[in-house]
Design a protein around this ligand. Sequence first.
Ligand code: 5GP
Length: 212
Amino acid sequence: MTPFLLVLSSPSGVGKTTIARQLLERRADVGYSVSATTRAPRPGEEHGRSYWFLSEVEFEAEVQAGAFVEHARYNANRYGTLKREVERLFALGKHVVMDIEVEGARQVRRQVADAVFVFILPPSGAELVKRLGGRGTETSTVLKHRLAIANDELKAVTEYDYVVVNDDLERAIAQVAAILDAEGHRVSRHRGLAQQVEQIRREVAAAAMRLD
Ligand code: 5GP
């Protein structure tokens, strides 16, 4: 089967990163594309595992070198998917899961015809507000800004192929896995399908001949 890109988007706090990481842990046929970003690492984040943490200058150099499949600005920081990450995973025969915001997803859609786009929804607005308020340490201006971004991102849902509601993490992971499996069975993704079917037909025809 030909591996493909699976793009996961959602407002921040809905769990797409957790879903992507869990798929990676559970499935040998999935790889995670580690993005580049100019934002500072958060506690516990590792260079090369969570992100490739680049300076503005390094990031711009990658843009100029044409190193990105897509790149976008989010919250004053830059984020981008490196072509070499995607190529490395495809070379291993793995589907590539990307956790990216909606503008980057639009760029992927324009360029990669057979990519699959999944939007993760929170179970409710109240739950999203709770998750975005999170630690409760943010000022109301910061929180207001986050809520405005989330509301904007939610509008993009109709541009996606699939929607999964993350009201139960295990169920959401299973649903994204089911999408991966179903997409893998698309006729268009089967390399050598015509030859395989020809072989079966030859065997059937030969068996029919022997009946004469
Ligand atoms: P965070 O800073 O919270 O890790 O991520 C902020 C947003 O950037 C999230 O919506 C995340 O999905 C998105 N993001 C992460 N990596 C990429 C990327 O490579 N490209 C784009 N366009 N967005 C990304």
